[in-house]
Design a protein around this ligand. Sequence first.
Ligand code: MCA
Ligand code: AMP
Length: 501
Amino acid sequence: MLQFFEQARKHLENDAIVHDGVIYKYEQLIATSQKYSGILLNGSSDLNEARVAFMVHPGFDYVKILWSIWLSGGVAVPLCITHPLPSLEYVLDDTQSSLLVISKEFKEVLATYLQTANIRVIVIEDVNEERIAFPASLPQIEKQRNALILYTSGTTNKPKGVVTTHINIEAQISTLIHAWEWTSNDRITCVLPLHHVHGIINVVGCSLWAGATCYFTAGFSPKLIFNLIEQGKLNVFMAVPTIYYKLIAYIETLTMDEQNTLRECLKKFRLMVCGSAALPVTVMDKWAHISGHLLLERYGMTELGMAISNPYHGDRKAGYVGIPLPGVQIMLADENYVQVVDQIPGEILVKGDNVFKEYWQRPEATQATFTKDGWFKTGDIAVIENGYYRIMGRQSVDIIKSGGYKISALEIEEVLRTNEMIHDCAVVGIDDDEWGELIVAAIVLKDAFSNDFNEKKLSDWIVNYIASYKKPRRYLVMNDLPRNAMGKVVKNDIKKMFVLK
Ligand code: MCA
Ligand code: AMP
């Protein structure tokens, strides 16, 4: 029996999920997931690692589908609910998913795909749960089997599927359960998207493993979050720095009385965590002033779950991500993968059960990302100072972190180059207080459009091909891109031009 299910069985009477005011107990979550496994299995005894894509709003439906995929032996492929069709098709084709589970409202965006694709489709609203029987039996799942494929952007133009096994997921969750002292009395709200690790593992995975309660609100809304907080519903909160920035901005619009009420409620929290991108010290300080809490910053990656964390008890140092989590081995290394000494920066290398298995059907990329000794190369640079790790940046200028999302500059450039107006382009991220980095693009126009550039038209066009969070927010029209003697675009010069602009 998979551990997540064993865990849930210990807490049958507890509230697992609260969604739109409806309470779902663990007992109900277990029963419904089992019933849905029967639907997915459709008479077979085991999905045998078939990829099952699902496009479902965060909430009870999302969790029941995820669990039913795992119970029936499938590999879960959560689709981003805001992606345009080309990005969805890319994931569906790349994973060769044979089954797709969707909420009714996503039929429209998938319409052209559904007309031609050879895939079994289940629309949740078309299933009458009352009338489904429990499957006669469920398969025995070995923990080394594949469990999840999440797509991550990197230094290639197309995102890669990160495959994690049940062993990996259990390691990623259990280290956080211990390190952050999760219990069944905890209550958290999920405000993050559920096609990435932060939401899936840290928030939903950990809370349901602990027998705690996870509240779902409709998307990210400071007002809804504070409503829950004021009602005393929550005692744990986790988010990316941009969300804390936005919550602070919202609080500053409230009256002093309202701020004081909120402060009293926030003081009662036991834990507030921040990560996925560097937490600016100014945000940490302001949040401490508002809430009385020093945010616990940690470092993670889709390929790893969480790897380094400030302590739950003890010093949480601003600007530092802490120390390695239990079960996670970290080494800082030079360009030859030789360990560097303290206070000398090096690339973060990681080993442990938490580390992913492979990039889906990309053996060369998988091989290239591990050293000969089996260390995973993160591409992030850090230094150890007084025992604490400080992230100094990334090796590649082509990886941008905006709003907590990892975004490939190359992927955006590839799309921009297909636009009729554009001859050449270079995408970079520039520092931004709210978003961490803001995506911007330097473009060289084709002659026919040199006097006729319409930024809005380009901006409206691009979201047909990439998610809106990947959209460049500013453009700079140039005659030529700056290049070095080898003819390579000098992206750091482009960054400076935007800052000066
Ligand atoms: C949206 N907008 C942006 C960006 N995104 N502007 C600049 N840069 C951006 N990146 C604009 C929109 O165009 C819109 O403006 C307005 O902001 C609101 O858009 P919306 O999509 O509604 O934004 P939101 O709901 O306010 O979203 C902000 C957000 C979201 C909640 C911070 O970005 C988010 O959920 N981020 C978390 C991503 C995440 O989970 N990352 C973890 C990856 P207009 O109205 O003018 O058009 S896992 C990971 O990194 C590892 C494992 C780890 O360590 O955790
Ligand atoms: P993702 O692939 O979306 O999981 O993003 C992982 C990347 O986010 C890491 O490789 C880091 O570059 C970055 N990251 C995560 N947490 C932090 C943090 N606390 N400080 C700085 N960067 C972070």
